[in-house]
Design a protein around this ligand. Sequence first.
Ligand SMILES: N[C@@H](CCC(=O)N[C@@H](CS)C(=O)NCC(=O)O)C(=O)O
Length: 232
Amino acid sequence: MAAQTPQIKLYTNPLSPWSHRAHIALDELKLPYEQEIVDISKPRTAEYLALNPRGLVPTMSYNGQIITESAIITTFLADTFSTTSSLLPASSESNGPLMRARISFFVDAYLTKVVPSFMKSQKMKNGERDSALADFVNAIVKELEPLLADAGPFYGGSSQLTLAEVLTGPFIVRAYLLSKHGLMPESLLSDLATKAPRFDTWAKAVIDHPSVSGGIWNEEKMAAFFRSKMGA
Ligand SMILES: N[C@@H](CCC(=O)N[C@@H](CS)C(=O)NCC(=O)O)C(=O)O
């Protein structure tokens, strides 16, 4: 049975997409939590390294138990509250193992086939950037568009966020932000709408969702961060 009103503290940073995953899950589950911002521009303190020897954010303290790694934190939360949320079916549900496998594949496809070309595009200029962006769009068309055939609007026909959106949402919202703020060509968004219409509709539903675009997400600060990172 899900624990009642757990004591949760999230060590986080507002610029981190990995931390954003944990915020989306906590907000979606409507769990109250305390947060502590970790300054990742400086070496981590000994106190923080004692909690998370890797020194990365996020780290979650859940009733005093330390859990690290964003996918592990969010899956733990989804499993703990599986009876009261739609994030992830329990393995014991009749379609649970299959749906969990499908969601894992979707997230794997996004992270391993799509994200690399987008990261590359942020470091490139002109023709090289256009080529990386073309790879990004092509990977979405090939890998993700077919997996969203029954999105409604979220993964697998769900009307509510699933773990698929929790784990990819931070990257989706950042990808669209760059075009919106002139850091990537506007044609990127029209290309996605034309070549990957299911993905585009799904992505816009993800971006509009309050658990994704509320809370720790600050569009203007994020745009300023990317502007400085990309030297724009
Ligand atoms: N695999 C980790 C990645 C976490 C990660 O790379 N976090 C970055 C912030 S986006 C970080 O803490 N960087 C600090 C550093 O590398 O010193 C997760 O999913 O939690």
